[in-house]
Design a protein around this ligand. Structure first.
Ligand SMILES: [Zn+2]
Length: 243
């Protein structure tokens, strides 16, 4: 008697592992969801429904204390909780440990229930807000504390903490310049030179070897040739390649 089929591999041993959460391994859109939403989780009733149910008033009509109460109730009702730092989601009732024979374990039963729930699928498939509308994101869904920590680490603390920063001409210019709205190369060259000059002064070095933007350099040159007096006044206030 001949056996032509391949020999059955013995099963890998069943091991206990901490469940790593619902990640892109389980559903490819989970990362997109976590990147677009700062919510702590989901699956609870809406604030409106809960406020109507408990206080017979819409959430917006409630005072601070009652709002807080509704928000706390909503938090405890979350069916799933988001871990933005690690781009994963856990059921609020997660069993935390799974028995598995495979490197990528299957979700624990409560996480599996979340994964197949209508509410979770609907949330994952929501289209992202256009970035210009992102500023209207409800404050409850902005992870403000994390945002502030991040801003400090990348040196944007002043912009975040200044209450009206986005309306100052400085921030508006920075935003506009990054969006390519300022195509005046002389002005952009001046800003670049000014920022570099202050930066170098703080470090105790001069403007040696700084390469001025061509358009700005030419503008300085024209000024120098056409009006030496005006040029001197200019030179006292602004940086330039003064030959
Ligand atoms: Zn779980």
């Amino acid at each position: 008697m001949f056996f032509t089929g391949s020999k059955k591999q013995p099963d890998a041993p069943l091991v206990e592992k901490p469940w790593p959460g619902i990640t892109h391994h389980d559903t490819p859109t989970v990362e997109k969801y976590l990147r677009r939403s700062g919510a702590k989780g989901g699956g609870s009733r809406s604030l409106f429904k809960m406020a109507m149910n408990k206080f017979s008033k819409p959430f917006r009509a409630l005072g601070k204390t009652r709002r807080k109460e509704v928000e706390d109730t909503q938090f405890h009702e979350l069916k799933w909780k988001n871990d933005h730092g690690n781009l994963r989601v856990f059921s609020a009732n997660c069993e935390k440990i799974v028995q598995t024979r495979r490197p990528q374990p299957v979700p624990c039963p409560p996480c599996s229930t979340v994964l197949s729930s209508k509410a979770f699928k609907k949330t994952l498939n929501k289209p992202p807000k256009a970035s210009k509308n992102a500023i209207y994101t409800n404050k409850r869904y902005q992870n403000r504390v994390i945002g502030e920590i991040y801003a400090r680490t990348i040196g944007l603390q002043a912009i975040i903490e200044e209450p009206n920063a986005k309306n100052t001409p400085y921030v508006r210019y920075a935003q506009g310049a990054l969006e390519g709205k300022y195509d005046n190369q002389v002005f952009n060259g001046l800003v670049e030179a000014m920022v570099t000059k202050i930066d170098r002064e703080e470090r105790g070095v001069g403007m040696q070897n700084f390469k001025y933007a061509l358009a700005y350099d030419e503008f300085c040159n024209v000024l120098r040739i056409s009006s030496p007096a005006a040029y001197r006044a200019f030179q006292e206030q602004l940086p330039g390649n003064f030959r």
